[in-house]
Design a protein around this ligand. Sequence first.
Ligand SMILES: *Cc1c(COP(=O)(O)O)cnc(C)c1O
Length: 403
Amino acid sequence: MSNPIIENEKKFGANNYAPLPVVLVRGEGVYVWDDAGNRYLDMMSAYSAVSHGHCHPRLVKVLQEQAAKLAIVSRAFYTDKLGAFLERACKLTGFEKALAMNTGVEAVETALKAARKWAYSIKGVAENKAEIIACNGNFHGRTITAVGLSSTPQYRKGFGPFPDGLKLIPFGDVDALEKAITPNTAAFLVEPIQGEGGINVPPQGYLKACAEICKKNNVLMICDEIQTGLGRTGNLLAFQHEGIQPDAIVLGKALGGGLLPVSLFLTRKEVMDVFMPGDHGSTFGGNPLAAAVGKAALDVLIEEHLIERAAELGKYFQEKLRTLHSPLIKEVRGRGLLIGLEIDGRYDAHEICLKLLKHGILTKETHKTVIRFAPPLIISKEQIDVVINALNQVLVEAEMELA
Ligand SMILES: *Cc1c(COP(=O)(O)O)cnc(C)c1O
């Protein structure tokens, strides 16, 4: 049964992931194919990085043309692509300025650096006293700062010491935020829906109340929209469901159109202007290849109505999931096409994912009991029906094993 390709990756690669036993060689739209030619429906879409679908033809064309023309020059020079990308991103999201990085965690780091410098230079916090508040169950990436903010023991264990000035509060608890704020608080960093934490949707009105508390206390509210943003939840940005505009956001994942790592930190002019030449940077951040693809990814999102699709098909998908009356389903939750299916603890969600794989459905559990359904936003009703049927069969099999 062992596949030499898998054995080779294991032999030469680090052991920091536990992939499902499938070797993917090709992708198109919502489908991927393995090395034996089997086709799968991708319900993971690379943790939302492939919202546009695999190898979107228009995005591939932009990538190929720009790669053949000019790809990397560093920020030591201007290019004809960066400004247009940042303008598109700012105007769509309602922020004044944007700073381009590559991966999500780099955008998070950028946001935290901006918030600290803003606290010292504008808010008047004493040097080295600035505090950042985040939530239990968060996921903001894997650098030492980001895992320093994590409440998940495994993410932290063995990687300390962590930076000072990081505080955690319960997610969804407005009073806890109010109590945690001090005159030294620079920012509150929050995911509108916790993705890796288990697709946790906060109570209605939570973000709005947080925005009011932050404003009252002169604290920056920074929404981590890396997973929830760019249409995933049925709005361009998930915070828009509550009619607010936070002080800043970070975007990543789908911003690269499923082709490249592209991330952004977006905020008001007052905050961004704390950065001076030499304060912060990235060799690859904002390169013309990434800028061209990032702008096209935003254009495709709007022009192909992917946001509306996520709203409509997410509703359809969730309704269908709720018709599955399996005793193994504890809860269906999420928004748009960011959906979590909580499985009864008597059964391992990972085993369900392995069974789904055999039925041609790719997905992955998060936190042992939650199965994630976050397909490309281009998925159709018919494809959702295929997933529902497969899931139904898998749940029946699993129930029989328990009985
Ligand atoms: C994936 C993710 C990150 C980290 O992004 P990387 O590109 O993996 O560094 C940060 N925040 C959230 C909410 C994410 O889902």
